[in-house]
Ligand binder design. Structure first.
Ligand SMILES: Cc1cn([C@H]2C[C@H](O)[C@@H](COP(=O)(O)OP(=O)(O)OP(=O)(O)O)O2)c(=O)[nH]c1=O
Length: 186
């Protein structure tokens, strides 16, 4: 059975949309950025590492999907906010501006390791300090790259998206389906 190497409930929910049976495992990885590493290289490296780690952990039998999402603003990676001050620093960059969401998905099986990289442009309205405080208090930003969830309460801040909505949430469905089809798993 296909394995999703992710602790993310959002990725699991997205993967059910492809109607392929799967089980979920979590893998533990060092997610630090290497010095001088480009954001797109970083998400590809992590997605591939998650798939590879899952493949090893599950005994080199079942095919494994791994994915990674980064919010990139002015070529800086905005990770998950450490605390409220960190969150407000991120939102000051996102407010009234455009940023890019980079998501990579990788599939490891006995046919090898393949990946796809998906870039999506997202625009935010100007977000006031009061709205930032309110949004932080909802608890939604804490476990999310860039400190927001487009599928949740932050949907109200998004004025425009060009690219893949499912990639912003965490798993690009079109590209994931392509990878699975290539390996005759869908
Ligand atoms: C930008 C954005 C991110 N996110 C989420 C997707 C990912 O779960 C998370 C990005 O962090 P990731 O490090 O990509 O993933 P994760 O740690 O949640 O899960 P795992 O490594 O076990 O697969 O942020 C949203 O849910 N909505 C959004 O709009």
């Amino acid at each position: 059975m296909l394995i999703l190497a992710s602790a993310s409930p959002r990725r699991a929910e997205l993967l059910t949309q492809l109607q392929v049976p799967f089980k979920q495992i979590s893998v533990d990885l060092d997610e630090s950025v290497k010095s001088g590493e480009e954001p797109r290289d970083y998400v590809v490296r992590l997605a591939r590492a998650k798939a590879e780690a899952g493949w090893r952990q599950a005994g080199h039998v079942d095919p494994v999907l791994g994915s990674d999402t980064a919010v990139v603003c002015q070529n800086k990676i905005l990770g998950k906010p450490q605390d409220q001050a960190d969150f407000k620093r991120m939102f000051a960059l996102l407010s009234g501006a455009h940023h890019q969401v980079m998501t990579a998905v990788a599939l490891r099986s006995d046919r090898g390791l393949q990946h796809r990289l998906v870039l999506t442009d997202v625009s935010f309205k100007v977000v006031s300090p009061q709205e930032m405080d309110w949004y932080w208090q909802t608890g939604e930003p804490a476990d999310k790259a860039g400190g927001y969830g487009i599928q949740g309460l932050a949907g109200r801040f998004v004025t425009r998206i060009q690219g893949s909505y499912s990639a912003v949430v965490g798993l690009p469905l079109y590209e994931t389906a392509e990878l699975l089809k290539e390996q005759h798993l869908l």
